[in-house]
Design a protein around this ligand. Structure first.
Ligand SMILES: [Zn+2]
Length: 624
């Protein structure tokens, strides 16, 4: 549900910048690199647990697992001798959770499994890596990661929502192309078809989208191939259009207006389902939906710094926004009352969410919208399994996959009890949550050491470079270097040189010239200062409060981008504009996603994404 142009100031770097970070953050990537304990899926029985089977609750039952499948469910099961026993007294056993709206890359599926999500329904990501994952899954690998179904590449138009992430994707150009476009997606591996029908108006912005005619043609093309057509909408009007066009389901609910009196009945009469994604609706409304997860005592030991940072973020609200989160809740209430299937989805990893952990917030919000805890649990288990044709999972019944979640307490009465996770099994193999937790503890200890580490020698005055000696030397850190999108496959270019003439009638400044190319969908080019002893090694500059510099140039807009270790792979960005005259800029560090400067990894002075030649100068760059 990323749909704001202002997101271009932060989030839509995600694809681009994760490439940058992946290349630079070799060290931190090791956090989740531990491979699964490939335990043999020998038989075991869980005794005396409360069992929510996906639809109903058995107050006290045993569940026998053999060869990755559920073998039997019942009271006092007789099991073969030497079958390992798990005491489930006081606990509740649930089917592994299914998140019906995510975007998968990197370690998403490992994170998901840690929190009890055993299947993710991806609604747009890089189809190539999805297919690789599916092949590994089929080969019996990935026992430490959730299973995946994917929409692959979504259906959108040129410059429509979905094109802003830096991933080069084909776009639909006319209704006449609908069948061939859909067929190409299916040939690539899409399990269902995800369609964008959203012009941004609900958020007070504007971008192109499919026409009604194109929407209907794509839905029909999907149906012709017996694939579900799931439509991303941003408004109630869009939701109506999608349902009228024959959509099987909506990928979000809306929050631009209170649900009309007939809306839910209309959806019901068309036999459509709705993936609620209340957690991202809340973040789009400006409230970081995941903040309460970060401080949850049961969950926090398993939340790494990057996930925590994202959970604490929200989308910016635009002038002209019509959003109100109360409308999203009201729409779910109305849909549920009309007996429309409402599925739990998070839209992770959008701001305010993270893979796995956010399903627990989504369940809580579904209950807030009026579902009973059991209904909310069904929305994340049996209902999505039935809706998406996943006949081997979503319930606890003989013959189904042993995708299971054991929690303390009784989430069928108190929904937040899903957070007190005891064990997670994927096809009968228990996930190694202890190692994951230990790796995060190590990461947190390293962060604490970083917090206590001395500031870099030479940083006392705060000045990084004034270029007065005619060189690019810096008072501390690993110096200036060129940074462009070529490392992400782009063709933008930049060079730097010390120029004559600087701010305040000084002798020299640093001139950066280059060209921005559209070869990469989210381009950048500029210079990067590394404050630590090596590029992307963190430096403790918490004694400083702001980034200070002078700049002049060609009248274009530029960006300061700050990477921190705790901010994960997404830089925080502030824009500035230059004119022919030198101008002084002071930007508080707090403006960069609230950093206190204790783990600064890089400061980038970069072009905007506007294609073409650029030239600007900076001088007297420092941290005050
Ligand atoms: Zn999404």
């Amino acid at each position: 549900m990323i749909k704001s142009s202002a997101i271009s100031s932060s989030f839509s770097y995600l694809f681009a910048m994760q490439v940058v970070a992946a290349l630079c953050l070799v060290g931190s990537a090791s956090l989740h690199a531990q491979s699964a304990t490939q335990a043999t899926s020998s038989a075991f029985v869980i005794r005396h647990a409360r069992v929510f089977d996906g639809e109903h609750t058995l107050p006290n039952a045993d569940v026998l697992v053999e060869d990755g499948r559920i073998k039997a469910v019942g009271a006092n099961l007789k099991v073969p001798a030497a079958t390992r026993e798990v005491d489930g007294s006081g606990d509740t056993l649930l089917p592994g959770l299914i998140d019906s709206h995510t975007h998968v890359w990197d370690d998403a599926l490992k994170q998901a499994l840690i929190f009890g999500v055993t299947t993710e329904l991806d609604m747009f990501s890089d189809i190539k890596s999805d297919i690789e994952f599916r092949q590994e899954e089929a080969a019996g690998k990935n026992l430490d990661a959730a299973d995946l179904r994917t929409a692959g590449t979504l259906v959108t138009v040129e410059k429509g929502h979905g094109t802003e992430y830096g991933l080069k994707i084909p776009v639909l150009s006319s209704a006449a192309d609908a069948q061939s476009f859909v067929d190409a997606r299916i040939a690539e591996g899409s399990d269902y078809i995800k369609i964008i029908y959203d012009d941004g108006s609900a958020y007070g912005i504007s971008f192109p989208t499919l026409s009604k005619e194109e929407l209907a043609a794509v839905v029909a093309a999907a149906h012709k191939r017996r694939k579900l057509a799931v439509v991303h909408i941003g408004s109630q009007a869009g939701a109506r259009d999608a349902i009228e066009a024959g959509a099987d389901g909506l990928a979000h609910t809306f929050e631009d207006s209170p649900p009309g009196a007939d809306f839910a009945e209309m959806v019901k009469s068309r036999h459509a389902f709705v993936v609620a994604t209340l957690t991202v609706n809340e973040s789009v409304y400006g409230k970081a939906s995941g903040a309460s997860l970060v401080t949850d005592a049961e969950l926090s030991p398993y939340i790494d710094a990057a996930a925590a940072a994202n959970l604490n973020r929200a989308f910016p609200l635009h002038q002209g926004s019509k959003l109100n989160f109360a409308y999203a809740l009201a729409s779910v209430t109305a849909l549920h009352n009309a007996r429309v299937p409402v599925l739990a989805g998070t839209d992770a990893p959008n701001p305010g969410t993270a893979h796995g952990v956010s399903i627990h917030r989504e369940l809580e919000l579904l209950v807030q919208a009026g579902l009973t805890p059991e209904e909310a649990l069904a929305a994340a288990t049996s209902l999505p399994a039935r809706t998406f044709g996943l006949t081997d999972r979503g319930r606890i019944a003989p013959g189904l996959r042993a995708d299971l979640l054991l929690v303390k307490g009784d989430p069928t009465k108190s929904i937040t009890d899903t957070r007190a996770i005891v064990s997670v099994w994927k096809t009968g193999v228990e996930d190694d949550r202890a190692s994951f937790r230990a790796a995060i503890e190590k990461e947190k200890a390293a962060a604490a050491r970083q917090q206590a580490s001395p500031a870099p020698a030479g940083s006392e005055s705060g000045l990084i470079s004034d270029f007065e000696d005619g060189t690019t030397k810096t008072n501390f850190g690993a110096g200036w270097s060129i940074s462009t999108d070529t490392i992400a496959g782009g063709k933008s270019a930049a060079e730097m040189k010390v120029a004559n003439g600087g701010a305040n009638a000084s002798k020299h400044s640093l001139q950066i010239t280059g060209t921005v190319s559209n070869a990469f969908a989210y381009p950048w080019a500029g210079v990067m200062f590394s404050p630590g002893p090596a590029p992307f090694a963190p430096a403790n500059l918490s004694a400083k409060k702001s980034i200070h510099f002078w700049a002049r140039g060609d009248g274009r807009s530029y960006r300061v981008m700050v990477f921190t270790a705790s901010g994960g792979r997404i830089p925080a960005t502030k824009n500035f504009s230059v004119t022919a005259d030198w101008k002084e800029f002071t930007i508080p560090l707090l403006d960069f996603n609230g950093t206190d400067g204790h783990d600064l990894m890089a400061i980038l002075f970069a072009s905007s994404t506007d294609v073409g030649a650029f030239s600007f100068q900076i001088d007297d760059v420092g941290l005050n």
